[in-house]
Each structure stands twice: as C-alpha cells, then as structure tokens.
Design a protein around this ligand. Structure first.
Ligand code: NDP
Length: 497
C-alpha cells in the first residue's frame, strides 16, 4: 500500500442502491479502492492459512453451519434480493433455496475429490509410487453479477471455500446488500478469521481486486467485462474463471411433450424478467409441431404480466441501461421482417412486458446478441439437423434445452455448449455434481461439481522412489547396455501398436 492510496473509509466515497421498481433507496455502501483491496488480501492470506489448517472435516462443519443459518434466515435474504434487484419475492426465495444443496455437496465431497490419491506409474516405473492431491490456491477473488446475486457468486464462493481458500467477494453495485448479508452470516460460523470478506463499489473496485494479488479471480458477468477483467489480471498473471453471457436455445422435436416444452420455454425465457445467463432466448421447433407449439407458447406468454406490484409474476429490469438494449433488439427484429405475437417491447419505466417474436432473421441482433430481457424468438425448422446447426451457430455456448421423447440424448450430444437439459430447463444448474460453465464467448473454467472444486486448487504431485530402479536411466552411470535394454522394453511395450 503506497501513501497516496486511500481506503474507502478514508475517502468516505459511497454509493446508493435503489429498488428498480420503486426507486426507493435501499442502502448506502462504501466505494472501496485499491488500498482496501490490498488490505483485504493481506488479511485473507493469514485467514486462508488458518482455514486450510483447520482441515477438511472442520471446514465441513462450518460450511454445514453456514447452510443452516441461510436456511433458517432464508426469508430475510430473499427480502434483500427482492429489495435490491427487484425480482419477485418467490423467485428470490427459490434462488436462495437452490444454493443449499451446493453448500452441502461441496462441503461433503471436497475431501474425496481433492484428497491424496495414488496413481499408476507405468511399466518402466514400477520402482516409483505416485500420489496427487489438490491444494487450495490461497486467496480467491470473486466478482459477481446482480441477476442471481446469491446463486451465481455462491457457485464460486462455496466451492472455493470448500477447497480451503479464503475469499474476497465484490458483488455488483446493484446488489451489495446481498453480498454484505452473505459475508456477515459466514462470520457467525467462522468468527476467528476473515475467511470471507466483502468489498463494495463499482467496476473500479472490481479492477482493484483484480490487481490486488489474489491467486485466482472468479468472474461472472458479461463477455465484454470479462475481457477487461482478463486484461487487468494479465498484468499480474492472475488466472481467471470467466462465466459470461449466453444466447441459449430450446429445441422442440416432433415427438416432444408440447405443453411441457411451452411451459419450460416461457419459464426459461421470461422468469427473472429474462435476466438469466442460461435464459432461453431462441426456440427452434420442428415444422410438424410448429403451429401447435406456437399456439401454446402464445397463450403462455400472453398470460404473464410484468410489474412492480407484489402480484406481478415478472419483475422490472434491474439495470436501467438494459431497457434500451432490449428495445433495440425488438426493433431490429421487426425492422428485418420479424413479427410480434405478444408484447413487443411495451415499456413502462423499468418494466418490459413479455414478448414473443417470430420470423426473425438469424442475422438480427435479437438472435445474435444476448438480449437479457423477457423476450423469446421462435423459429420453425425443417428437422432437428437444422435446429442443431442454428443452435451451434452462435458465438455464445453456455447452455441449451432439448424437448424430445426419443432423441433427447442423441441431440444433446450434438450441441456445442457447456450444459444441456433434456426435457427440462435450468436443471443442470440445480445438480451440484455437474460442472457449470461455457465455451466460446460464454467463457471458460467451471464452477459446481468436481471440476468446480478443482478450479480453485492447484494439483500437487509427489513421485517417490520405493526401491532401486532395475534400469538406472536418469544417471550419468547409465551404460550402453542399459540403453540397449531400454530399447527392447520400448519395442515390447510401444512398438507393436
Ligand atoms: P457486468 O459484466 O456488467 O458486471 C459483472 C461484475 O463485474 C459486476 O460486479 C461489475 O461491477 C464488475 N465490473 C465491471 N467492470 C469491471 C472491471 N473493469 N473490472 C472488474 N470488475 C468489473 O455484468 P452484469 O452484472 O450486468 O451481469 C449480467 C451478465 O452476467 C450477463 O451477461 C449474464 O449473462 C452474465 N451472467 C453469467 C452467468 C454465468 O454463470 N455464465 C451467470 C449470471 C450472469 P459493477 O456492477 O459494480 O459495475
């Protein structure tokens, strides 16, 4: 820390959080800067060593206790989510509930997945014994978005903690209160050391965290910001996990359960006002069932209403600037010949009504870019080969959903994406044992599952000589006869392939 750097406490700089529906101020938080981030890392180094030192069994106890607190105070946390980012209270409740299984799974599985295991050493190395274990990196920085302000960052936080790391969490400037809640609750079960810390502020605070010397940075947010985060992290060779945007497709085969597919499409696309990284934004439907499916989907979308009142099943758009993006995509679709079956970008302040579009050319931004709003683009396809080709035509590749009675698994195998749900939506996010993450512009690295635990570790290999080797290969004492014998073994083991 240089003398010119000031902490958020010293500068006194703050920012306000407003409820996107009512515009009421729901909190004021400090804007932390570089000095705060540096201090947090210093504290986290000590806390991390302590946390690693208490061992996996004690960590599991603490993480189980954390789970208990969250479960008992779930209504309170759901209230903070609702106040800060505007999603309906029931959706906020569901979001928190889904984290609990991840907490249980990661805490229980960490020792098994990361603990020391023996590996085979091979025919030439019978004199050697080998083990591999996965050790915590030390201090992990987590930068999270606002759309699922508990579920999404906890996908990194929980797995990093279970792996034995200290964590510094910088939530979105739209949801700092959620971050504060999570950190405060954790300090109740781990009062000894600041194993989980909070930094609040805007993008500059996130950039400060990237530069602060963390051992890994887990970023969840847009693809554009991920590029900035990577550039900043490159200055210190800090590795990055990038969980970015998506343009997920839902495919409906000729034999699909159409009612189930329509219900899933409307939930996957419109829930959370469409502000889901794995939200359904494109729908490709087999021509044989297109008309029937369109009727069903139209009814489902038309039955929904966005608003800021307590009964509204769809909430407002959290980020004011996103309203313009959604409107631009709808306008582009219509300008290029698309038709509006429901909605059409009816905007009232931050509220965008659910919208269903058809006949939209694939070049439209409504199809090529992440809309992140309550819109669905529906298209008829000749067969499922065309549906797969269009699905894989996107630069994003996060998740996908397939509705088919007979060909679900086969079609899923042909989709280029991190996750595929068959006859369901979002299901892969709910199963703690499967990895979550994307390819292409949707990012890289994985949270959740065994991969998610290993993501926050480094592999540590130990190879031990158990007895004198039959052939002394790595020695200047090696003789021409040894080399001759090696030649024979190689011919025997590898030469017959
Ligand atoms: P942003 O990319 O705008 O912001 C994400 C986080 O990065 C925020 O905490 C933000 O802080 C911070 N940030 C902004 N600028 C910088 C910077 N220069 N350096 C470091 N940190 C910075 O995303 P949103 O919050 O708007 O979230 C929506 C996006 O997240 C969508 O694209 C969505 O698809 C994606 N997402 C991906 C998920 C996944 O798992 N793949 C899951 C959920 C969302 P601040 O808010 O204070 O500016």
């Amino acid at each position: 820390m240089t003398t010119t750097q000031k902490t958020g406490r010293e500068t006194g700089a703050t920012f306000e959080v407003r409820n996107p529906g009512t515009q009421d101020v729901v909190g004021t938080y400090p804007i932390h800067g570089e000095a705060d981030a540096a201090e947090a890392v210093e504290r986290a180094r000590i806390a991390g060593e302590w946390w690693e030192g208490i061992g996996a069994a004690e960590r599991r106890k603490r993480l189980d206790a954390y789970r208990g607190i969250i479960a008992r105070r779930i209504h309170q946390l759901a209230g903070v989510i609702h106040d800060e980012m505007g999603k309906p209270y029931g959706d906020a409740f569901l979001e928190v509930a889904l984290v609990l299984d991840h907490l249980a799974w990661a805490a229980k599985q960490a020792p098994k997945v990361l603990g020391t295991r023996r590996t085979r050493t091979g025919a030439l190395n019978t004199h050697l014994g080998a083990t591999v274990e996965y050790r915590p990196l030390g201090v992990v920085g987590v930068i999270g978005p606002w759309n699922y302000p508990v579920f999404t960052p906890m996908g990194s936080i929980v797995y990093a903690l279970a792996a034995g790391n200290a964590v510094i969490f910088k939530p979105s400037e739209y949801t700092p209160g959620v971050g504060a809640w999570l950190v405060e609750a954790f300090s109740r079960v781990v009062p000894e050391q600041p194993v989980l810390q909070l930094l609040t502020g805007d993008g500059s605070t996130g950039a400060a965290l990237c530069r602060a010397g963390v051992d890994k940075l887990a970023f969840t947010g847009s693809t554009a910001t991920a590029k900035r985060v990577m550039a900043t992290c490159a200055e210190t060779l800090t590795p990055v996990v990038a969980e970015c945007g998506g343009k997920d497709a839902l495919l409906v085969d000729a034999d699909a359960d159409l009612e189930a597919a329509a219900d899933a499409a409307v939930w996957g696309g419109i829930a959370n006002a469409g502000q889901s990284c794995i939200g359904v934004e494109r729908i490709y439907v087999h021509q044989d069932v297109y008309d029937d499916f369109t009727r069903l989907l139209t009814d489902h979308v038309a039955a929904l209403r966005a608003g800021v009142d307590e009964d509204a099943p769809v909430g407002p758009i959290t980020m004011p600037s996103q309203v313009a993006v959604i409107t631009r995509h709808i306008d582009d679709a219509v300008t290029r010949g698309g038709r509006v079956l429901v909605g059409g970008g009816t905007v009232d302040g931050h509220v965008v009504q659910p919208t269903l579009l058809v006949d939209v050319p694939e070049e439209s931004t409504a199809v090529t870019e992440e809309t992140f709003g309550p819109t669905l683009v529906l298209r008829k396809v000749a067969d499922m080969d065309e549906a797969i080709a269009l699905t894989n035509g996107s630069r994003y590749a996060l998740g996908a959903s397939i509705f088919s009675k007979r060909r679900g698994r086969e079609l899923a195998a042909r989709v280029r994406s991190g996750m595929v749900a068959v006859n369901s939506v979002f299901s892969f996010a709910m199963v703690p044992s499967v990895p979550f993450g994307g390819v292409g512009d949707s990012g890289f690295g994985r949270i959740h599952g065994e991969d998610g635990l290993r993501e926050f570790c480094y592999a540590h290999a130990v190879v031990r000589q158990r007895f004198r080797p039959p052939l002394a290969l790595t020695s200047f004492a090696r003789t021409p006869r040894t080399e001759e014998q090696l030649g024979k073994i190689i011919a025997l083991v590898h030469g017959r392939k």
